[in-house]
Design a protein around this ligand. Structure first.
Ligand SMILES: Nc1nc2c(ncn2[C@@H]2O[C@H](COP(=O)(O)OP(=O)(O)OP(=O)(O)O)[C@@H](O)[C@H]2O)c(=O)[nH]1
Ligand SMILES: [Mg+2]
Length: 255
């Protein structure tokens, strides 16, 4: 049996936001900290995975064959593949089971197009087949998309949408911080506390909606926003500590 206390982190974010690379660096970081870790690739269309995928959906779903067999375009094939994932949940559970003790923490790298994991019913089945109580979303804010206020508010809305849809605890992560200047990171973090000064510069309906979004951001309360560079490793320690805190496992990853 997959242990009922198996803790699962789903990495979710817009296309190219850094899910795969963060999975890779987080895997390396947590293993050095003594975590007993399993890493799952749930993206059937990915060609190259830069980490050791202990469980891989590509062992069950052949993306190119789906395209050929059903004469699908790339998006149609992605939808078909995303829906098929739920059919293989028992196999995935068995794969994790076979890994035995190394399955107390599981990282799940989700498909490139975020809406496939977030909004299709198969993902809900995947989450429920483990346990909501021991699941955590790591929602990635691509740093390239949030350096202006409208981008920042839009991605916050997306994060809220994902949380509403999947209904599990969430951590927010700014990715690729090595590409930002320090003052840009500080500005983005300050918008989380108070976005209103920046919103004042907007006009019309955009300003109205942005003000309402600002109120929703205030309502998110204590959800941490953690700046991370998967490239340099900056922020991984803080992320590890936050994951640990959420799962109430303290700092001892071998538990
Ligand atoms: N500079 C820098 N580049 C990064 C970082 N993380 C990811 N990238 C780059 O961003 C691009 C996308 O990264 P991925 O990890 O593939 O992103 P993804 O969200 O898995 O992408 P899809 O699965 O295709 O949606 C790649 O070119 C990475 O090299 C980072 O921390 N710093
Ligand atoms: Mg990826």
């Amino acid at each position: 049996m997959v242990r009922s206390m198996t803790k699962i982190c789903y990495l979710v974010g817009t296309a190219g936001s850094g899910k795969t690379m963060l999975t890779s660096s987080l895997q390396r970081y947590l293993i050095t900290k003594g975590a007993s870790l399993t890493t799952i690739n749930l993206d059937p269309a990915v060609k190259y995975v830069p980490y050791q995928a202990d469980v891989d959906i590509r062992d069950y779903i052949d993306f190119d064959q789906l395209i050929d067999e059903y004469k699908l375009g790339p998006n149609g094939a992605m939808i078909a593949a995303a829906d098929l994932v739920a059919d293989y949940i028992n196999e995935i559970r068995e794969d994790i089971e076979e890994l035995g003790e190394s399955s107390s923490l599981v990282l799940v790298d989700t498909p490139g197009q975020m809406e496939l994991f977030t909004y299709r019913k198969s993902s809900i089945k995947v989450i429920e087949s483990f346990s909501r109580d021991t699941s955590l979303l790591l929602f990635l804010f691509d740093s390239a998309l949030i350096v202006d206020i409208s981008g920042f508010l839009s991605i916050n809305l997306l994060a809220m949408s994902v949380q509403i849809r999947l209904d599990i605890p969430i951590l927010h992560i700014i990715t690729k911080t090595d590409l930002l200047k320090r003052h840009q990171i500080e500005t983005v973090l300050s918008w989380r506390e108070d976005p209103y000064e920046a919103i004042e510069e907007l006009y019309g309906l955009t300003r109205e909606f942005s003000l309402q979004t600002g109120q929703m951001i205030e309502g998110m309360g204590q959800v941490p926003l953690i700046p991370i560079s998967a490239l340099s490793g900056e922020g991984l320690e803080l992320l590890g500590a936050q994951i640990s805190r959420i799962f109430e496992a303290g700092e001892d990853w071998s538990i």
